[in-house]
Design a protein around this ligand. Structure first.
Ligand SMILES: O=C(O)CCC(=O)C(=O)O
Length: 307
């Protein structure tokens, strides 16, 4: 029996019984490779207790005034009671530790290992307020102009860090496990499951899985730090070069800058001017960008182009 058929039968029977499907949770010591395998099969993975209270308290203090100044959404998709606060790398130094957290970066590299480079696509604190209704379920990869990526080509690897506890009542992300390869009409009918998790836990989900923010029927907010990663050759959802101005970018370390896009996205993508390396240019140095022959060392498919 195929995975999809098995999944549909599981989901069908659990819904008929009125039961809610249990989501699998990993412990924080789990190897990124194991999390990535699960993510590939089910479209999501939850890892408990990854970020410390100390880090999240620092982040919450740094972001608070920006949240107050963020507008609620203008349409049902963004949410009339939901505030989205971006540019986190520039505004909140603590967010840099989340962006570069070894668990997140490890899973992103495992999951997107088919690409020459992995880059940051988005940083956004999503604050779902009381009275918010459920967001329409969607697949994030649709943002790439609805390009029909092949079923086995993953373009992104997303994280949602719980800054508050995520509960069914306060708007926990809703996910349809196993929906990634199903046609929309079938996937929409299998139902979604709320990703309940404690503050400091992180939900991984990929670009093909149906998901959406939940309804908040409590009197308090649900806050999730959405940090997404993608293959190096696509346009970033949040423009990192402008969201983080060069004077702040120059104070950041190389690994974070490379993740933000100050690297080549593939063998001829992202150079500056006369084929200069973007990180070197930011630092005021001169260095030729890598050419196809250097990328060919790691990619056999490029060999014919250098022979
Ligand atoms: O806030 C959430 O739980 C999910 C949000 C989401 O999927 C989106 O805004 O695209």
């Amino acid at each position: 029996m195929s995975f999809v058929t098995r999944r549909l039968e599981d989901l069908g029977s659990s819904h008929q019984n009125g039961d809610q499907m249990d989501l699998h949770h990993f412990d924080p010591e789990t190897e990124p490779s194991e999390i990535s395998v699960f993510l590939r099969e089910y479209g999501y993975a939850v890892v408990d207790h990854v970020a410390s209270d100390e880090l999240l308290d620092r982040f919450a203090a740094e972001v608070a005034t920006f949240v107050d100044a963020s507008d609620v959404g203008l349409d049902p998709y963004d949410g009339a009671h939901t505030r989205r606060t971006g540019a986190l790398v520039a505004r909140c130094p603590a967010s840099r530790e989340l962006v570069m957290h070894p668990t997140a970066v490890g899973v992103a590299h495992e999951f997107l290992g088919h690409a020459s480079a992995v880059q940051l696509l988005l940083t956004q604190l999503i604050t779902i307020g009381p009275g918010e209704t459920a967001q329409k379920l969607h697949r994030d990869q649709m943002m790439f102009d609805l390009f029909p990526f092949p079923p086995d080509y993953h373009v992104q690897c997303n994280t949602m860090w719980a800054l508050t506890d995520f509960t069914i009542e306060n708007g926990a992300t809703q996910i349809c496990p196993g929906s990634s390869t199903l046609p929309d009409d079938v996937a929409e009918n299998i139902g979604s499951v709320p990703v309940e998790m404690k503050r400091g836990s992180v939900l991984f989900y990929e670009g093909k899985v149906l998901h959406g923010g939940g309804a908040n029927v409590t009197s308090t907010v649900r806050q999730g730090v959405n940090i997404t990663y993608g293959v190096g050759w696509v346009r970033q959802e949040e423009n990192q070069y402008l969201a983080c101005p060069p004077e702040i970018a120059r104070t950041l370390d190389d690994d974070l800058l490379k993740m933000m896009g100050y690297q080549q996205g593939a063998f001829s993508l992202g150079y500056v001017g006369d084929q200069q390396d973007p990180l070197a240019v930011l630092r005021g140095a001169e260095q030729r960008a890598s050419r196809v022959n250097e990328f060919a060392n790691d990619n056999e498919a490029l060999q014919p182009f250098i022979e």
